[in-house]
Design a protein around this ligand. Structure first.
Ligand code: GDD
Ligand code: MG
Length: 370
């Protein structure tokens, strides 16, 4: 069966992590997010995937090739200009045959695709939308159904006074290609604000498929951190690469851990990592390939990408650090702070409370403190 994945968005809310890397390519526990998504689709019986991209198409082609390494057939299709979610799929309509899965490319979920397809077929649905409960639907597409699951209303980004349910569009659809007759060709057109409301005016049945399965949109730094914590504590199905050396500590390759360093799982340590004397690495934490952690540093609940140099006495807590950064001695990066790539943060800085440091920033000693 075929699937289309929408990976065209700019990922602005995840900046600075997406300044140099398209959102679906940012690492999820040391491998590109999209690779995890693709492995999950393959494990659930999908054999051919069309990736609808808007920019940096070559990054996808380099990383995924024709998909054979992953046991899939992958096509990377670049849009001439942003076509919107439905316009992007219309653009590849000629490649579709029969019921097709469509996925938002920034969602991590354990949704059972086979069960959803069975539901779609039993109902004779033309378009089935997976639904997930959330506390605050205002950042999502709100779905209202009748008791049979027939969708009656779809409201993208509802206002607080419009909220009538906690079930939102989980960003997975099964669609019958005939519905693309409603989508205008070669122009920007959304599922959420275009096709769904249009189909509701027709006789073509549209169903909601609620699921309690794990679900998160990785669209913001705090969601990105939370997803890592969820994976590491086992809330979501995830196949760890590397070997577990006990105490829920996974080594992805060789690492040089000082005998007086302390590693308390769940922690994933990438290849070539060095951890100095007296350093403490406390889970849930991911240390990317080639990172060097100085003596007495303390890293807790953090995600580090590749090749970071962390000096002695640094404290990293509940933060994300991109690639190729130098973090000077005794600097603290905490409480949702995010550092982009290739920054030099000199000694004794305090980066806290969701601060975002853009790539290639150079911060002198003691230039930020709260
Ligand atoms: N190819 C392509 N072209 N892809 C696009 C385009 C486009 O013009 N616009 C957006 N996308 C992709 C994004 O890359 C992302 O994977 C997906 O479509 C959804 O876009 P987001 O920008 O992440 O939307 P959202 O998170 O605000 O809302 C959407 O997802 C929610 C669930 O996470 C909506 O579908 C909501 O209804 C839904 O609840
Ligand atoms: Mg999103």
């Amino acid at each position: 069966m075929k699937a289309v994945i929408l990976v065209g968005g700019l990922g602005t809310r995840l900046r600075p992590l997406t300044c140099n890397t398209p959102k679906p390519m940012i690492p999820l526990v040391n491998q590109p997010f999209i690779v995890h998504v693709l492995e999950n689709l393959r494990n659930q019986g999908i054999d051919e995937v069309i990736l609808c991209v808007q920019y940096l198409a070559d990054r996808f082609r380099e990383a995924l090739g024709d998909g054979s390494v992953l046991g899939l057939k992958i096509h990377v299709i670049e849009e001439p200009e942003p076509l919107g979610t439905a316009g992007a799929v219309k653009n590849v309509e000629h490649m579709l045959d029969g019921s097709t899965f469509v996925f938002n490319g920034d969602v991590l979920t354990d949704l059972d695709l086979r069960a959803m397809l069975a539901f779609h077929r039993e109902r004779g649905s033309k378009l089935t939308i997976a639904l997930t409960p959330v506390e605050d639907p205002t950042a999502y597409g709100l779905v209202e159904m009748d008791e049979t699951g027939h969708i009656r209303r779809f409201m993208e980004k509802p206002r607080v006074d419009e909220i009538t349910s906690n079930l939102i569009n989980a960003g997975t659809y099964i669609i019958e290609p005939e519905l693309f007759r409603y989508v205008p060709p070669k122009q920007h057109y959304m599922f959420e604000r275009g096709l769904f409301p249009v189909v509701l005016q027709t006789r073509d049945p549209m169903y909601g498929y609620p699921s309690p399965a794990y679900w998160t949109d990785i669209g913001t730094p705090s969601a990105y951190l939370e997803v890592h914590h969820d994976i590491l504590v086992g809330k979501v199905r995830y196949r760890f690469h590397g070997k577990e050396i006990g105490n829920r500590v996974w080594l992805v390759g060789d690492a040089d851990i000082h005998p007086r360093a302390q590693v308390i799982g769940p922690v994933v340590i990438g290849p070539g990592v060095k951890i100095g004397a007296g350093a403490q690495i406390i889970g849930p934490t991911v240390i990317g390939a080639g990172c060097v952690i100085g003596a007495q540093a303390r890293i807790e609940g953090a995600v580090l990408w590749e090749n970071n140099q962390i000096a002695e006495g640094v404290a990293l807590r509940s933060c994300v650090v991109g690639s190729h950064n130098q973090i000077g001695a005794r600097t603290h990066i905490t409480d949702g702070a995010v550092v982009g790539d290739s920054c030099i943060i000199e000694a004794d800085n305090r980066l806290e409370r969701g601060i975002r440091i853009w790539p290639e920033t150079h911060l002198k000693e003691r230039s930020i403190s709260f």
